[in-house]
Design a protein around this ligand. Structure first.
Ligand SMILES: O=C(O)CCC(=O)C(=O)O
Ligand SMILES: [Fe+2]
Length: 329
């Protein structure tokens, strides 16, 4: 095992059949061991495309509240939820329901409420007023996630040898969307052709995922799908597509998917970190040289967003970054 892997293992990462799940202790980012932790984060991003964090500063009450609110929302009568169903990609709040994927002949059972959160005053009135606790719980949760997100963006910037505020400047305190995800219990006879979410990457800089204790979340690691076991009081941090571009392909976007089961419903809350529409995304100059030419040309987040929807329609979400490949690459 590499020295850095032993350090990561010592911090309590879970053993899995082909290795282990990297677990980062964020408390150590404040202390004298910061540079070691930054190195561990860099290693995890480069070799695993994700890591778990503990001692992140978000209270258990806060996470229990947001998971509880998510369960309550999806229990609401159908017409109450359907108010948020729309085909307009520009709507800041949108409900996704389960659907049949005719091409792959599978039923995708996830229901998700996805909405913009920051700045709160621009969006809060659009959020569901039911359950009554939702707005308060979302605000509290997103405020603490934002704090953690900033600390992670600083550490990830440093891990790439960039200025501490490099990624935060790109983000410019802008985007945050959350997706409250609900996976119903699957009937035994439907298990073979039902999935929670198909394999995909996230269109983000990073994603911060809070999962409950029901298994189902899988990530692609060295060509194999592995279960990310639930460790209480941790979050899963994913490398997203935009970090793949900014890091000039040193960190790769995480492929992940969700399986369902016949015993328990599952809920999760994903927090997506992305910049404003007019922000230019491109490889950091410091990470380009003769041996590492820029893999992607610069593009705005608006261009990327448009491409993302085109890829959804064409069932080619794994190809959405290909359009931006630079001719030199
Ligand atoms: O529910 C999960 O664990 C993952 C959800 C997910 O991949 C997403 O919301 O992008
Ligand atoms: Fe995802």
């Amino acid at each position: 095992m590499l020295a850095i892997e032993s350090q990561l293992a010592a911090s309590g990462g879970a053993e899995i059949s082909d290795g282990f799940i990297p677990l980062i202790d964020m408390k150590e980012l404040q202390g004298p061991h910061r540079s070691e932790i930054v190195q561990q984060i860099g290693h995890a991003c480069q070799h695993y495309s994700f890591f778990l964090v503990k001692n992140h500063g978000i209270s258990e009450t806060n996470t229990n509240n947001i998971l509880g609110t998510t369960r309550e929302f999806f229990k609401l009568p159908e017409p109450e939820k359907m108010k948020f169903c729309t085909n307009d990609p520009n709507k800041s709040i949108k409900l996704f329901m389960g659907f049949k994927d005719e091409i792959q002949n599978v039923f995708i059972s996830r229901e998700a409420l996805r909405f913009s959160t920051y700045p709160f005053e621009d969006y809060v009135n659009e959020w569901p007023a039911n359950p009554p606790s939702l707005r308060k719980d979302v605000m509290e949760y997103c405020t603490s996630v934002k704090r953690m997100e900033l600390a992670l963006l600083e550490a990830i910037s440093e891990s790439l040898g960039l200025e501490k505020d490099y990624l935060a400047k790109i983000l410019c305190n802008h985007g945050q969307k959350i997706s409250m995800n609900y996976y119903p219990v699957c009937q035994e006879q439907d298990l073979g052709f039902t999935r929670g979410v198909r394999p995909h990457t996230d269109p983000t800089i990073i994603t911060i995922l809070l999962q409950d204790n029901v298994p189902g979340f899988k990530v692609l690691n060295n060509g194999k799908w592995v279960d990310v076991v639930h460790i209480p009081n941790t979050f899963v941090i994913h490398v997203g597509d935009l970090l793949q571009v900014i890091s000039n392909y040193r960190y790769k976007s995480l492929h992940h998917q969700v399986y369902v089961n016949c015993e328990k419903q599952r809920v999760s809350v994903a927090s997506y970190c992305y910049p404003s529409s007019d922000t230019t995304i491109g490889a950091a100059m410091e990470l380009i040289d003769d041996e590492h030419p820029a893999i992607y040309r610069d593009f705005t987040y608006a261009e990327f967003y448009e491409e993302m929807w085109r890829a959804v329609v064409q069932h080619a979400t794994d190809k959405r970054l290909d359009t931006f490949k630079s001719s030199a690459a």
